[in-house]
Design a protein around this ligand. Structure first.
Ligand SMILES: Nc1ncccc1[N+](=O)[O-]
Length: 247
């Protein structure tokens, strides 16, 4: 997978060189290219924003640098086009299902705007020649899209083959499509079996995989009901067995 990121703060993406993603980049599983939007400005101050038409606080990012940046990264007439992903508070909620969909894409381009946003004509024009996803990572306000891109790139890249050591750990993720779609994960434990007088739940040491799976699902249901009632409400009652209903 190729990932291009355009930002006025390219240094924000240094973290993409560490840990799993760093390994994946070195292995060639993912090719991440970070671009400085100011490389497509032509004035002495390398201006990328201006005051909003219609008045109002803050600044809006000018369309010209973005148009030139996207043309340079995705030259018009290129047969293969990427999905353009624009993190914005006004976007569709970014979910695990969306991460799975993005992970199947050969090429993603991320446009990091300031919170006040990028001149809307940029997305309008881009839509003429590539799919555009305006996504949000939460109902709160960040100063720009950079942190959201770090979140999305991490959620997507860990799904790519060869990035996570143990591919299985993806299938039983919270929110993973399928059985865990609307469940969050339950508690996890490791050695020692007793720590500060607190013992690991017996069932996990029993070796009875059926009982362990039931216990884990039970705990996931409980945690979902407590932490995410709105997700619990979505659980199809027909998929609950007698044990589940006890929760
Ligand atoms: N919440 C956000 N605030 C600013 C930019 C992008 C954002 N987001 O959620 O993608």
């Amino acid at each position: 997978m190729r990932i291009d990121i355009v930002s006025i703060f390219p240094e924000y993406f240094a973290p993409l060189d560490v840990s799993l993603l760093g390994k994946a980049r070195r292995r060639g599983v993912v090719d991440v290219r970070v671009h400085d939007l100011r490389d497509w400005t032509h004035d002495r101050h390398r201006t990328v924003d201006d005051t909003p038409y219609g008045g109002g606080p803050g600044m809006v990012m000018k369309p010209e640098p973005w148009g030139e940046a996207l043309d340079a990264i995705v030259p018009p007439g290129t047969p293969a086009v990427p999905r353009l992903v624009v993190p914005t508070p006004s976007g569709r909620p970014f979910t695990q299902a969306q991460a799975v969909a993005f992970a199947a894409e050969p090429w993603l381009v991320f446009a990091c705007g300031r919170y006040e946003g990028i001149d809307s004509r940029v997305v309008e024009e881009a839509r003429q020649r590539m799919p555009v996803d305006e996504v949000g990572i939460g109902d709160y306000v960040l100063a720009g899209g950079e942190v959201a891109v770090l979140v999305i790139v991490e959620a997507v890249s860990r799904l790519l083959p060869g990035v996570l050591g143990n591919a299985d750990s993806v299938t039983d993720d919270s929110f993973a499509p399928g059985a865990m779609e609307t469940l969050v994960e339950g508690p996890v434990y490791t050695k020692p079996p007793v720590w500060r007088d607190r013992a690991v739940p017996e069932v996990l040491l029993s070796g009875d995989h059926g009982a362990i799976a039931r216990w884990r699902r039970d705990q996931a249901l409980r945690r979902t009901v407590v932490h995410r009632p709105e997700l619990a409400a979505k659980i199809d009652p027909d998929t609950l067995d007698a044990d589940d209903r006890r929760v």
